[in-house]
Design a protein around this ligand. Structure first.
Ligand code: F6P
Length: 344
C-alpha cells in the first residue's frame, strides 16, 4: 500500500517519534510511505517528500515535525477549490491511505474526508492542549506541561526573594489541562481555567489569606483561554478553523495588574507561550507517540479507516475519529474541585 503521512495544526513534541512509529510498523507490512509536507496544505499543493527508514531513524529525540505543519483547512468556507485539489491530488498520487497526525482540527478534516468522500484516513492524536476526546492523553501534553512546571519552579525562587506575586500564563486554548497540571504540581496558590470564569474577589481573598499567615509571596497560574469579560474586545483575529488567536491578548498580564491594583503588592507576569511546544519530547511523549503511530499503521493494514489510534487506560486501540473530534475534552468539575482543595 502507498501511504501518505501528514502533520497538521500546532506542532508539539512527540510528532517525530509518532511519524517514526508509523513508518517502522508499516515496514512490517511492506508499505511504501510518502511524507506530505505542511499538513493539509501539502495535499492542496501536492508537496511531498520521501519517507523511508533512513529519513526517520534518528528523529526519535527531536521536537517539532520533520514534515512541517500548517493550520490549512480545505473545508473552510469558500475553500471549495482547495478541497477539490486535495481529492485530485490523493488520486493522482495513488495514495491507498492517509495517516493524519493532528488535533481536533486536522483530525476533523480527516473525519470529513472519510465520512463525506470515502477517503481512507486514519488519525493519530496529538496536541499539547490534551483536549481530544476518545484518548486519555495526547502526546505533546507531558512535555508542554513539564516546561510549564520548570517555569513555575523558577518563578517561585524570584517571587520569594522579592516578596512578589508571580503570574504564569500557560497555553491550552479552551481546555485548562496544562494550567491544572502545572498549578497542582507546582503548588500554585491560585489557578485560572477556561472551564470557569475568573472570580477576582475569591482569588484576592485567598492570596490575602496566604499572605496574612506569613507567606510573603504568591504564585498564580493562568490558562490563556480563561474567560475575562474585560478582555473580550481584544479577541479579533481567527485562524482557518475559526479559532480566536489567544496570543493577541494576555490573561497573565491582566491578572497580575488586577492583583497589584486590588492589593498594592508588586506583581509580575511571565508567558510560556510557544516555548511549551519546542524541545525534546519527554520519555512519556516519545513512547506514546511511537505507540499511537504504530497502531495507526496497524489500522491501515486492517483497513479500519475512519479510526483514530487512542490511549485508553494502558491500551492503545482504534476509536471512531468522528466521535473523537466532535466534543472537546475539558477539565471535569471533579478535578477542578480537587485542584481547589490544594488552595490552603
Ligand atoms: O493548540 C495548540 C496551541 O499551542 C494552543 O495551546 C495555542 O492557543 C495555539 O496552539 C497557538 O497557535 P499558533 O501556533 O498558531 O500561535
Amino acid at each position: 500500500m502507498k501511504v501518505g503521512i501528514l502533520t497538521g495544526g500546532g506542532d508539539c513534541p512527540g510528532l517525530n517519534p509518532a511519524i517514526r512509529g508509523v513508518v517502522y510498523r508499516g515496514m512490517d507490512f511492506g508499505f511504501e510511505f510518502v511524507g506530505i509536507e505542511e499538513g493539509w496544505r501539502g495535499l492542496v499543493k501536492g508537496m511531498y517528500r520521501p519517507l523511508g527508514l533512513s529519513d526517520v531513524e534518528e528523529i526519535i529525540y527531536q521536537g517539532g515535525t520533520m514534515l512541517g505543519s500548517s493550520r490549512t483547512n480545505p473545508f473552510k468556507k469558500g475553500g471549495e477549490k482547495d478541497l477539490e485539489a486535495v481529492l485530485e491530488n490523493i488520486k493522482a498520487a495513488k495514495f491507498d491511505a492517509i495517516v493524519a497526525l493532528g488535533g481536533e482540527d486536522t483530525l476533523g478534516v480527516a473525519a470529513k474526508l472519510y465520512s463525506q468522500y470515502g477517503v481512507p484516513t486514519v488519525g493519530v492524536p496529538k496536541t499539547m492542549d490534551n483536549d481530544l476526546s476518545g484518548t486519555d492523553f495526547t502526546f505533546g501534553f507531558d512535555t508542554a506541561a513539564s516546561v510549564g512546571l520548570d517555569a513555575i519552579d523558577r518563578l517561585r525562587d524570584t517571587a520569594r526573594s522579592h516578596r512578589r506575586v508571580m503570574v504564569l500564563e500557560v497555553m491550552g486554548r479552551h481546555a485548562g489541562w496544562v494550567a491544572w497540571y502545572v498549578g497542582v504540581a507546582g503548588g500554585a496558590d491560585w489557578v485560572t481555567l477556561p472551564e470557569e470564569p475568573l472570580d477576582v474577589d475569591a482569588m484576592i481573598a485567598h492570596l490575602s489569606a496566604v499572605r496574612a499567615r506569613g507567606k510573603k509571596y504568591g504564585l498564580v497560574v493562568c490558562s490563556e483561554g480563561t474567560e475575562l469579560p474585560a478582555l473580550l474586545g481584544a479577541e479579533k483575529a481567527v485562524d482557518d478553523f475559526g479559532h480566536v488567536k489567544l496570543s493577541d491578548r494576555s490573561v497573565g498580564e491582566f491578572v497580575a495588574s488586577t492583583i497589584t491594583e486590588k492589593t498594592g503588592w508588586e506583581s509580575r507576569h511571565a508567558v510560556v507561550g510557544h516555548v511549551h511546544r519546542g524541545g525534546s519530547p519527554t520519555l512519556f511523549d516519545r513512547v506514546l507517540g511511537m505507540r499511537v503511530g504504530m497502531k495507526a499503521a496497524e489500522l491501515v493494514q486492517q483497513k479500519q479507516f475512519g479510526q483514530m489510534a487512542a490511549l485508553v487506560g494502558t491500551e492503545v486501540k482504534g476509536v471512531d475519529i468522528v466521535a473523537a473530534t466532535s466534543v472537546l475534552k475539558i477539565v471535569p468539575p471533579e478535578l477542578i474541585e480537587l485542584m481547589k482543595t490544594t488552595f490552603k
